[in-house]
Structures are given as C-alpha cells and as structure tokens.
Design a protein around this ligand. Sequence first.
Ligand code: 3EB
Length: 351
Amino acid sequence: MPTQDAFAELVVSSWSDQDIADDRADFLQTHHRLACVSFGAARPSLGMSARQHVHAEPLHPLGDSSQEHWLVKAPAQELMGPGFSGRHNQDLLFGVIEVPEPAETLDGSPPLEQAARHAYTQLFEILDKNNFPYVWRSWNYMPAINQVTHGLERYRQFNAGRGQGFAKGARVMTNNVPAACALGVQGGPLSVAFLAGRTPALAIENPRQTSAYHYPRQYGAQSPTFSRASLARLHDQELLFLSGTASIVGHQTLHTGDVRRQTAETLANIEAVVAQTNLLARGARKFHLHDLQLRVYVRHAGDVDAIRSVLAAHLAPDQQSRFLHADICRSDLDVEIEGIAWREASSPSTD
Ligand code: 3EB
C-alpha cells in the first residue's frame, strides 16, 4: 500500500475489472475486503457478500466498469441474513439491506414508506445484535424518488419510513445523527448501505445551511434524518464522511435551472463543511477539499461537461471523482456531491 496511507485501517479505492485482472490492485496484497460498491444498469452476478449495487449509470468519459473497494487492515468476516448482507471486523461493520416494494400495502400506507421503515428497523436490529451501536454513514438509493404516489412525493415517503425506523431503534433524530445521502436511481429495490462502528462519530453541521433535521414542514412532515458530515476515529486514522451536498443555503434551493451555479454553490457548501470539521476537530493537519474522493450525482446526463468544468477549477488535477446519472431528492436540484477523506490522527490512539 502507498506509504502515506500506512496508518489507515480503512481505505476506499476504485479499480476497473481490468486493473484487478492485471494485478494492479496493490492494496489487495496487504488488505482484506470489507465491501464493494458497483454501479450501472447491469448487476454483477457474483462478488463478495457486502456489496451495494447502485443502479445509476456511470458518466465516465470512457464508461469503464470500475468498482469501489472498501478494504481494511484487520480481517473481516461475513454476516448474512434475509435481505441483508454484510461484513465486519472488530472495529467496523458494512451492511447492505435491500427491500423490494410491495405494489400496495395492507394498511394503505405508501409502499416506499413501509420499505424504508423495514430497512431501518432491520438496520438497527442488526447493529444492536452485533454490538455496533453507531451508524457513521448511510447510502440510500430508491427508484422514482421525485414521483408522487399516494399523495406524497416518494422522497417524503422515504423520510417518513426512515424516521419510524429511527424511532423504533430508539435513536436520536436531531443533532447526533449519521451522515447520509438519498438518491433516485433507475430501478431495483430500496437499497440502504451503512457503515457502523463501536465508537460514536462526531456529527458536523454546515453553518451556511439549516440542519436537515430542522428543515421546515414545507419539505415534508418528517424532516430528513442526517448530518452534513461525520468524523470518525479508527485507531490512528480519522475518517470524514461528507453527506450528499447540494445547492441549498439556509433551507432553500438556489440557482434553479443553472447547473453551473448550483455546482459552484455546492462547492461553497463543501468548503464550509470542511472548514467546520477543521474548527471542531484539530488534527496534525487540516482536511482540505482536495482530500475528498467525490461521488457526483448528475440529474441530466448532458450536464456532465458543465459540472466537470466548474469542478476542474477547484479540484486537484489527480483528484478522483465518480460521476453518476441519478435523481436528486428535490426536483429543482440538478447536482449533488458527496465524498470521503481521511488523515492520520494527531495522537496515536491508545486502544
Ligand atoms: C439536502 O441537503 C439535499 O435524505 O439522507 C442530502 C443528503 C440530501 C442526505 C437524506 C438528502 C439526504 O437536503 C438532499
């Protein structure tokens, strides 16, 4: 593994199938697999137990089939159950829950609300049973996120069900909540991936934005349950999980219809979250925008060049970004960006 990451308990890296075939995946010599995330319309037929398949088309210029690999120093073992696959080692659990939606529910409640309630109820049961009490990050993907059924936009149905799952799991729903994202994809079941630890992460908010759990009711009766980022400690490593970030200031969408300005506003929000992280958690060195491995969700595939050109002015030339064709949870948003970064912790951990 590259020497600058010798302290890292968890690394996230992307290789194409060809890289792996050519043995260019050098981390695989020294690290163990925790999870894999794949992308696109074609679902891989085989693979490892903790795999989230994201049903969103990659918008790479070359359209390669790269996958994201989550690797850990300490060996991991499988954890399986109905509708659930996961892996864990002594510090970390990565799980994936998939819940197909019924066409109709018995009590007439919206199908996606029920699916989200099931997913989050199961998620917290798994965590309690395996003694991983703290969710650091979740990734939520669902089809037709902006469609209205049962008189309610499906993203709001999801928020209702997620909120019910948090309540059943006896989790707080304000302040110290996990980082997350919620995107619309081209098909498949509700898919919820989560990374959980045995120690709490620090939840980080963005001073430019109303906390999502305090969004006013105009965005839905149940406010979304996520923080703007979470910072977790893993032995000598600190990990920053940046939630899905969009062109929202206060609680309002800005620059409707202008994807370049939305991208620039999103970058300003990311910079603010990174600055807030550096304020709350002083380390041996500061986090920087350039440390983030980014996932960029693009509503209209034709916008990708415009988004790329705005990002290029701010990102490092070698910075890894994955562009995916997906719907953002507000229909007036055309782009959303999330990421992960890590640094060496300032003082060696004593555990
Ligand atoms: C926003 O800032 C944009 O519902 O879990 C971003 C990250 C968004 C997470 C979620 C939603 C979620 O409100 C949308």
